[in-house]
Structures are given as C-alpha cells and as structure tokens.
Design a protein around this ligand. Structure first.
Ligand code: FES
Ligand code: FES
Length: 167
C-alpha cells in the first residue's frame, strides 16, 4: 500500500525577514501573514479582508509586493521578505516614503498604511511617474479614510514627479 502524504505535518522552513535568517517549523496550513504576525511578532503587517482584496497585508517578497494573506508560510521557503518593520534604517531613520506620508498626511487611522507603504516601495524607489502611474500604483490598495490624495502627493514627492498641467 502506498504511503499517505500528511498535509498537516509541520515542516521545517527557512527564509530571510528584514535581513535576518529565520528557521521555523510550520504547519502547511499557516498563512504567511499569520506566520509573520503570530510566530515572528511582526504585527506591522495588518490583516483586513484575508482574501486578497484590501492589500493591508502587503509585504515585499524577493523585492516584489505580495499579499501575504494569499500565501502559505511554507511557500516562502528561501525567500527574502521585507515587512514594514524593515523599512527603518539601522540608525532609526524612517524610509523617505514614510517621511513623505507623514508630511502629506497620507494616513489617518493607519490600518491600511503599512500595506500601502510596502506596495508603493518599488515605485517610490523608481523615477518620476505620470498621473496614470499614480492611479495604477494605488489601485490595488484600499483606504477607507484618506481619499488617497495625501498618499499620491507623498509618492509624487519621493519620485520627483511634477503635476501634469491641466488641459
Ligand atoms: S488582508 Fe490580505 S489583501 Fe486584505
Ligand atoms: S488611513 Fe484608515 S484605512 Fe487608510
């Protein structure tokens, strides 16, 4: 008789989080968002909808924004993960995008903010953007407070983008 695969059996997994190698034993059913929050104490990754709609749980996985509620922790094996806790520099300075959010009032309750920051980091570290680029950059993230204006202004500032003249 063939051996049955036990999908509930914990498995060893290792990955890097904010520059630190982490070795864990995880049940395959654990979502990556829950691993980050409950196993590693990185509660800056927020969980809203838990099914890929709101973007609150966004992290960087190998440099790309990913919704951590849509992945199992075991799928992050050998990945390089950055959470919002990893944005701050070693001497405690905020990332320029975080500073710009603060200056432009890009947050109110803050629930969506960490997901926005992580989703916008690749754009923030790129070059100037068009108005259409701004729309695309925020399209996948939900905020029920800000109206998005301050968020776009923060991104405009850090990318050195100028408003397009009204036609
Ligand atoms: S909690 Fe992951 S997309 Fe909403
Ligand atoms: S600041 Fe409250 S949900 Fe975005």
């Amino acid at each position: 008789m063939s051996e049955r695969l036990d999908l509930t059996a914990p498995v060893p997994v290792s990955f890097t989080v904010n520059g630190e190698r982490r070795e864990l034993v995880l049940e395959p059913r654990w979502l990556l968002s829950d691993v980050l929050r409950h196993r590693l104490g990185l509660t800056g990754t927020h969980v809203g909808c838990e099914h890929g709609v709101c973007g609150a749980c966004t992290i960087l996985l190998n440099g790309a924004p990913v919704r951590s509620c849509l992945m199992f922790g075991v799928q992050a094996r050998d990945a390089d993960i950055v959470t919002v806790e990893g944005l701050e520099s070693a001497n405690g300075e905020l990332h320029p995008l975080q500073e710009a959010f603060r200056r432009h009032h890009g947050l109110q309750c803050g629930f969506c903010t960490t997901g926005f920051l992580m989703a916008l980091i690749p754009a923030a570290e790129g070059g100037p953007m068009t108005e259409e680029d701004f729309q695309d950059a925020v399209a996948g993230q939900l905020c029920r407070c800000t109206g998005y204006v301050g968020i776009v202004e923060a991104l405009r500032e850090v990318t050195g983008s100028h408003p397009e003249p009204a036609s």
